[in-house]
Design a protein around this ligand. Sequence first.
Ligand SMILES: [Fe+2]
Ligand SMILES: [Fe+2]
Length: 192
Amino acid sequence: MTHESIRIIHDEHAALAAMLHSLRMMVKRGPGKEPENFFDVLRAMLFYIDEFSDRLHHTKESELLFPPVLKRAPQLQEVIARLDKDHANGEASVREIQYLLLAWELLGESRRPAFEQAATRYLDFYLEHMRLEETVILPEAEKVLTDADWKALDAAFATNCNPLTGKYPRDPVYDRLFTRIAMRAPSPIGLG
Ligand SMILES: [Fe+2]
Ligand SMILES: [Fe+2]
């Protein structure tokens, strides 16, 4: 049986992956004839990733999930240290992308390649980060955590919610942002 907290991590990863793939499609497609909408949606996506994923999702992993896993599976120390480092650098990384996007929007095409390269690097990095968690950390957690560990984890995770999956009560703080992205972004996030 999959525990509630693991299911929440899976769901958040799925929502986040959809957001990252959609972001990649946006970057590949380019501003076209609607630069205003393009930059607006990209900004909203990056803000979402920054605000929701880096702050809520990563915090949950680093502060709630990783410590008990490390305690029961000390052989994972190296990989957990790497993931923690990714989390610690997450905010700075996404801020850099946000800056480069602004430079492209405000200064023009000469700044486009720098954004595209950094954004692509960031997307690859983020997807690999989640792959590592999905293939190494989560399966190990299922194997080694005790009933008491799960009880504490599930209780802590239950207070979080994700507007993208629609499976928990929505946090109204993210409602407007989600709607804005969903209405204006391409598939698989967008509605059109
Ligand atoms: Fe993570
Ligand atoms: Fe994660």
